[in-house]
Write a protein that binds this ligand. Structure first.
Ligand SMILES: Cc1cc2nc3c(=O)[nH]c(=O)nc-3n(C[C@H](O)[C@H](O)[C@H](O)COP(=O)(O)O)c2cc1C
Length: 356
């Protein structure tokens, strides 16, 4: 990895977080990413939903909301990139400032509120890269002022099913009022059934898997309901988890009490425990993507051993720079070899045995 990418970080950190983010996307659009990814250790590969992931480390939703730079991010070594959240119509999101660095806590708070350019723009960009190597997913949301949540997600599936390697239904952002109520069982069953019909119409052959992204702030009842709905509805997997509205007592940063979703290190343990719990509740019938606070290979490995077949990260990229991806992959391959696992698939759920 070119050390320049990590050297740029201290400069970016001088800018307000959203400005730094825009500057990063603008720089990546000029093509400054590495020219091609290094090939991955064979032990890091995993096949899911008929797709081959060269490694299990993904870029989480929210970094490339408008599908501007998925190929640049793949060249940093990610095994897959999730674009979005995209809503049917473009929308500006919440008033600024709406993104805060909690430096002492290795965390962020954001209340962006799905600022994005809308489905037409995302579709055009994803269509333009069709046929290129590299797995790119799309995360779908609803417009803030829309009264028809199901119709918004259906529009997302219709627009993007043919252009994304997987789709994520995001019912867990804390920054769109009422969104997380869609995580109740009856709502989920209705939503997923409508989305599966829309997907079947849009992509009769090779439909992309449809995943559900859930919040970490769920009661025990809600977790059980999601597991039941997931199994009954035939959803293809879960993304665990989105940001948290909780504020752990240990936070030290002056921005800790900004409203919005907290990501990064303080989210790690909670979201990892939730992976293990959803593995148990779904009786290991669904692939899980573990996300929340991953900043090292040890963190990624812990999520995998808790039950995640793939993992994603975002916040650590801001503190560590994109060189982090190669470091995680190198060390993760070492952990697998040390523990006698031939591949990622063998390590999935090693810490969460299921009753036979
Ligand atoms: C600035 C920011 C924006 C985000 N936007 C989205 C989004 O649009 N859709 C979504 O599903 N998750 C979004 N997320 C949540 C991340 O995808 C991820 O679930 C969460 O940040 C936990 O991972 P991390 O601790 O590695 O950042 C966002 C996170 C951050 C920090």
């Amino acid at each position: 990895m070119n050390p320049l990418f990590d050297l740029g970080l201290p400069l970016l950190r001088l800018l307000p977080p959203e400005t730094a983010h825009r500057a990063s996307i603008a720089a990546l659009r000029t093509g400054i990413a590495p020219s091609r990814p290094e090939s991955d250790a064979p032990s890091l590969g995993i096949s899911l939903w008929g797709r081959r992931f060269p490694n299990p480390i993904g870029l989480a939703a929210g970094f490339d909301k408008n599908a501007e730079v998925p190929d640049a991010m793949l060249r940093f070594g990610f095994g897959f990139v999730e674009t979005g959240t995209v809503t049917p119509r473009p929308q500006p999101g919440n008033p600024k400032p709406r993104m805060f660095r909690l430096v002492e806590d290795h965390a962020l708070v954001n209340r962006l509120g799905f600022n994005n350019e809308g489905l037409d723009v995302a579709r055009a960009r994803l269509a333009a890269r069709r046929g290129r190597a590299g797995l790119v997913g799309a995360n779908l949301g609803k417009n803030r002022d829309s009264a028809e949540a199901v119709a918004d997600y259906v529009a997302g599936v219709r627009a993007l099913a043919g252009f994304a390697d997987y789709l994520v239904v995001n019912v867990s952002s804390p920054n769109t009022p009422g969104l997380r109520d869609l995580q109740r069982k009856a709502s989920l069953l209705a939503l997923i059934s409508a989305l599966k019909s829309a997907r079947a119409e849009a992509t009769p052959s090779d439909p992309p898997p449809l995943l559900l992204k859930i919040a970490p702030d769920l009661t025990q009842d809600e977790r059980a309901e999601i597991a039941e709905a997931a199994l009954e509805s035939g959803i293809d997997g879960l993304v665990i988890s989105n940001t948290t509205v909780a504020r752990p007592a240990e936070l030290r940063s002056r921005h800790a009490h900004e409203s919005g979703g907290l990501s990064g290190k303080p989210l790690f343990a909670v979201s990892t425990v939730l992976v293990g719990e959803m593995r148990r509740l779904t009786r290991n019938r669904l692939p899980l993507i573990g996300v929340g606070g991953i900043a090292s290979a040890a963190d990624a490995y812990a999520k995998i051993r808790a039950g995640a077949s793939l993992v994603q990260l975002y916040t650590a990229l801001i503190y560590e720079g994109p060189g982090l991806v190669l470091r995680i992959k190198r060390d993760l391959a070492g952990f697998l070899a040390r523990d006698g696992f031939a591949s990622i698939g063998d390590a999935v759920g090693a810490d969460v045995p299921l009753p036979s």
